[in-house]
Design a protein around this ligand. Structure first.
Ligand code: GLC
Ligand code: GLC
Length: 812
């Protein structure tokens, strides 16, 4: 069953039934000021950091689901309704939500009136603009009462949910004209306040929640709306809200717009006050004035659209398959940008208070957006590297607001450092900017021990070399990419968390074949980079470590039919035919085949066939098999999940592209494509009821074959799945890879395809690439011509001349 459809021309997903199987959300803002908004206007707003600067309150995992948001209540005679169906839940005559690129519009119709609410954060603005358009389609004059509603959060989203003995007494607001200001804690330790305005005079307002709703009512039945009149309350403690009350008269056919602005202001210490206890409202008024007419709002939306036109013009495919085109050209790129902005912090599965920016996560995310915003990627790389330690290890996470390592989770995840090599070389290959390598970057944010970014890459490489186990394979540390394979943690204390429990430090023999494969892939990239820089001795030294690793993998990491996953604390195999459960895992087989380890001897093909045979399912490739059915204390969290969920044998979508890429390295375009389609959301639209999460973005996991409901997805939006799938499809399947000296063209496609086209903007020129496949091959470039001239290599040069160049590639 479908709950809507794609509108590719407008780059929108159109939801036509508000009762989606889960709230289907969108993100507003792309720099400092952000909102999450569901298809029924649920969600919340924050400035930069969803934990420390939360502007509006949200109730996660509540009954009913998705409670609290940016609501409008419309009272028309005795009927109260909301354009997004919720919260009133009055049956609408029609409903439509359009989620677009950083904007959402929600339209409802009832008794001859349509109310359309457009929500977006204009570029370079610390505010969310809401344009509410009311249209009278009826033949009668309509006298409507409109109530807006938001609920303030007392800034720190964690304390806001905990410390009620304090919170209930601290809330403070100011009301002036049609603007409601939230100024809790402004006088003592905050230099910021928030406001909610409307561009017309109001007939009333409320700022005290209890007065607005009535203590025992839900969001669906505010007392004030029922009474048809606000109470003009001023909040003193308890829970401050902001609600405007506007009386509107509409003649038949008449349309009226109202502009609401939810904004944030920071003031310098000596500019905080207008007079005693009266906040300085200058900046708020400036922002309000920028958007006080519908024409100004429409112009700001047009700017936002142009911004996205530009971002989405850098890589576009025309394949003839609309499901593929809309993912590559629109939604997958959009999701990558969202992961850039939020890492793993705020979604409808991440509460915004738990996690900061992940070292490994953010580096991997980078491969999905570096082509769009190379300058911001550059800054991100420096921020991440600045939290690294001198020995190459790193904090697992850092806080976006302070950009400092966050010690709550600690460090010791031994895959972390290698991802910095991936992030950095992806940036250089895209931009050609080698100067980043010379930047002086601190360790643990301490500038006195700064070294160049290149040196950071060297210590990242050496962190593996310096932490080898008994088989010469990388020690896993706390865990590798799989956060749940906690081989050194031995936790059976209910008060401990798998995420923070320290390793049993002495005597561990736990080694990771996943890190081994990762080391070979990015170690080789490090070698190439050294050679590019003329550092031949370092290149030779690094190459010898890579070669030694390859030998170690072949000798101790091959199980006969596939690569084993790891050695545990005691030095026993995991992911081997000798094991009773968890005989085979996806990660080591993905990375060792991407690395091409043992390709000549046929190991890669064998491993990929084993994955196909044992891990592939209708809904994607599961992480391991057989699933763990009991708790193995020496494995940790992975065996604590019920079979088929999360890291215990779910389809963990983040790692499926590793196999897709492995298949392309082996030349199997058909299989790579088959795997791609299985988890790609646009191909799953028709099973939305089962799939549950948004059909326009990837979720982190889909329940595996051992689960109660295989095919059911969770944890949409903030997942490395976005960037890895984009990377796999664009660079390995469609095969257009940015490289130091040009674009490499090396597709690996299903042999049924006859042709496809890609337009790629790269280093100041536009490449119009046409791939023809008359002989229906999967891989192999037979001839290349550029602007009509034959070329004897599939590396297309850098032109940098601002012009278009036609590239024709014949496979065969
Ligand atoms: C989550 C984490 C990521 C980890 C993965 C596998 O997606 O954000 O860091 O690698 O789970 O456990
Ligand atoms: C849990 C999850 C994993 C996630 C980690 C984040 O271990 O299973 O997916 O990466 O928490 O801290």
């Amino acid at each position: 069953m479908n709950f809507g459809h794609f509108d590719d021309q407008h780059r929108e997903y159109v939801i036509t039934n508000p009762r989606t199987p889960w709230p289907w959300i969108n993100y507003l803002g792309n720099e400092d000021f952000f909102s999450l908004i569901s298809n029924t206007a649920g969600g919340y707003t924050f400035y930069k950091d969803a934990k420390f600067r939360r502007l509006t309150r949200y109730r996660y995992n509540n009954v009913p689901m998705d409670s609290g948001g940016k609501y409008f209540y419309i009272k028309d005679a005795d009927t109260s309704w909301s354009p997004g169906w919720k919260p009133c839940k009055t049956e609408l005559d029609s409903y439509e939500c359009r989620h677009g690129m950083n904007y959402t519009s929600i339209k409802g119709e009832k008794n001859g009136v349509t109310a359309s609410a457009l929500y977006f954060v204009p570029l370079k603005t610390w505010a969310e603009v809401q344009k509410l358009t009311l249209t009278n389609h009826s033949k009668a004059v309509k006298k409507l009462k409109v109530f807006s509603f938001i609920e303030w959060c007392l800034w720190n989203a964690a304390a806001d949910m905990e410390n009620f003995q304090r919170n209930f007494s601290t809330g403070e607001v100011e009301i002036e004209d049609s603007v409601i200001y939230h100024k809790t804690e402004y006088k003592e330790r905050r230099d910021h306040y928030a406001y909610y305005s409307v561009n017309v005079p109001v007939q009333g307002y409320d700022t005290d929640r209890e007065s607005f709703f009535g203590l025992y009512n839900g969001f669906d039945e505010p007392q004030v709306v029922a009474e048809g009149k606000s109470r003009n309350t001023e909040a003193h403690g308890w829970s401050p809200i902001a609600s405007h009350y506007i009386e509107v008269e509409l003649q038949p056919g008449e349309i009226k717009d109202f502009i609401f602005i939810l904004g944030y202001v920071e003031n310098k210490e000596d500019e905080k006050w207008e007079s005693k206890n009266i906040i300085n409202k200058k900046k708020a008024k400036e922002t309000i004035a920028r958007f006080n007419t519908a024409a100004k709002v429409d112009a700001a939306l047009a700017d936002l659209r142009r911004y996205w036109d530009n971002l989405l013009s850098i890589y576009t495919v025309d394949s003839g398959d609309e499901k593929l085109d809309r993912m590559v050209n629109i939604w997958n790129q959009y999701q990558c940008m969202i992961t850039f902005c939020f890492s793993r912090s705020a979604s409808f599965f991440e509460s915004g208070i738990g996690r900061g920016m992940g070292f490994r996560d953010s580096n991997q995310d980078l491969i999905g957006f570096v082509h769009q915003i190379p300058e911001r990627a550059r800054e991100r790389i420096i921020d991440i590297a600045s939290t690294q330690f001198q020995d190459g290890g790193c904090y697992h996470q850092y806080q976006p607001l302070t950009k400092r390592g966050n010690n709550d989770i600690g460090g010791g995840f031994n895959d972390d450092p290698l991802w910095l090599i991936l992030g950095t070389i992806s940036y250089i290959k895209e931009s050609g900017d080698f100067s980043i390598l010379g930047e002086m970057v601190p360790f643990d944010n301490d500038m006195s021990v700064a070294r160049t970014l290149f040196d950071h890459l060297s210590v990242s490489f050496d962190h593996v070399v310096n932490n080898l186990g008994p088989h010469g394979l990388p020690l896993i540390g706390r865990a590798d990419w799989n956060d749940c394979l906690n081989l050194n943690c031995f936790s059976n204390d209910p008060n401990e968390s798998f995420q923070t429990t320290e390793n049993k430090s002495e005597g561990s023999k736990a080694e990771s074949l996943m890190i081994a494969g990762l080391f070979v892939v990015y170690g080789r990239d490090y070698v190439t980079l050294c050679k590019k820089l003329g550092k031949h001795e370092e290149a030779a030294r690094a190459q010898s470590h890579v070669d030694t690793m390859i030998d170690a993998v072949k000798k101790h990491g091959w199980d006969g039919e596939w690569f084993i996953r790891a050695y545990d604390y005691y030095g026993r195999k995991i992911g081997s035919k000798e094991n009773e459960e968890g005989k085979i895992f996806i990660e080591s087989n993905g990375w060792c085949t991407m690395a091409g380890i043992g390709k000549e001897e046929g190991l890669c093909t064998k491993a990929l066939d084993s994955v196909k045979e044992r891990l592939d399912t209708r809904y994607g490739i599961v992480l391991n098999n057989p699933a763990f059915t009991k708790y193995y204390i020496e494995y940790g969290e992975i065996s604590s999940y019920p079979p088929g969920y999360k890291e215990n044998a779910a389809v963990f979508c983040h790692n499926n592209p590793w196999i897709m890429i492995g298949e392309t390295v082996a030349g199997n375009g058909n299989r790579a494509w088959e795997y791609y389609k299985k988890i790609c959301p646009s191909y799953l639209e028709d099973i939305s009821e089962l799939h549950k999460t948004e059909p326009y973005v990837y979720g982190q996991m889909v329940a595996g074959k051992d689960a109660f409901k295989p095919g059911e997805a969770k944890n949409s939006w903030l997942t490395g799945t976005a960037s890895w799938n984009f990377y796999a499809i664009t660079q390995f399947i469609l095969g257009i890879q940015p490289d130091y000296d040009g674009l490499i063209i090396d597709p690996c496609i299903p042999d049924s395809w006859s042709a496809f086209k890609v337009t790629r903007k790269f280093r100041g020129a536009t490449y119009k690439i046409e791939i023809q496949n008359p002989e229906h091959k999967s891989k192999g470039v037979r001839s290349v011509s550029v602007d009509g001239k034959p070329q004897d290599t599939n590396l297309i040069p850098i032109f940098g001349d601002g012009k278009e160049h036609n590239v024709t590639v014949l496979l065969g």
